[in-house]
Design a protein around this ligand. Sequence first.
Ligand code: HCA
Ligand code: CU
Length: 394
Amino acid sequence: MPLGPFYIVDTTLREGEQFIHAHFTTDDKIRIATALDRFGVEYIELTNPATSPKSLEDVRAILRLGLRSKVVVHIRCHRDDALRAIDSGAPGISVFLGVSPYLRRFSHGLDVEAVIDRAAEVLTLIRTEAPHVELRFSTEDTFRSPWADVFRVYLAVDRLGVVNRLGVADTVGIATPWQVYSMVRTLRRMTRADIEFHGHDDTGCAVANALAALRAGATHINTTVLGIGERVGITPLGGFIARLYTLDRDLVRRKYNLALLPELDRMVAEIVGLEVPFNNYVTGSAAFAHKAGVHTKAVLHHPAVYEVLDPTDFGLSRSIAIAHRLTGWHAIRLRANELGLDLTDEEIRQVTAQVKALADERPITLEDVDEALYRWVQARVPVSVTSRGRADGG
Ligand code: HCA
Ligand code: CU
């Protein structure tokens, strides 16, 4: 099933700024925005310019870059935030307001009727003052709100005829893909607006939920680089790209500059002072590492047997781990070839047995494998090796 038209709204510079380890300088923000633009995300969301004078300056600095990605600012549903957002000159404004009983009771204290009135006031103000701005309204904590409440709010907002899209936010990462699908599908049927999905990853469903939203007709998906955000963060850009890649590789390759993903992940990791996790989608150190003999044999013949993503599309290469007890003779043969050593299949099998025996005794390195291969060749008469130092006895 082909993917419908969709847009990535990357919010590394808004949700990502809420990550516990993020303290972005203006220069960091410019580097990240520029890299996201080169990667090809369609939108870049920025922190509320009403947050602090510096936040407003940063919005302006990023607008001055003249990026192709559309810049949207994210604001609370307040008149003052709205006026500041309009004043910032951003072409997009994304407004959010809590609808769940938790937020109505413990955050803003408004009942559903008052939520609707507030939304109407602020959204109409924005549309009047900034007729061309791309306007989105989202209900925070959508999935812990009774459906009747959320739909009352969404329908009332849609009827105002002033917003371009409605946002569905899994603020606490509680939604399942089925819930996301049915929420987005229903909204799609009942309103005229485009739909944006924002999903947190507290229970490990953020990528699946983003896909479920897309399949149900969502047009805009929120991501952040490495998934950074409040608590464990949201749908990671790389994970979402990986998910879509196997569904429509050509589309994903056409839309985004995939070879820039490793640099983007590394840059943001460095800026927040952390490593890219070893098991990160696509760019983790283990993402294309093959180990067991059964795997390495097949991968050496045909990588797709154990790889659904082609590392070369991302400017990366695979690695074959050779020095361990799970190794196989195809991997040892690969190493012998790399060293220019000429051994028969039977000899390679014998060296493999030696390597496995050694690895049973202690952890081994590639040097141990090389030594076993060289020793085997040296023990033969005559010595049939290329001019490698150690094989020559040096
Ligand atoms: C937050 C707000 C938000 C907003 C999402 C949106 C969320 O709680 O910090 O505007 O769609 O997760 O609800 O990030
Ligand atoms: Cu969020």
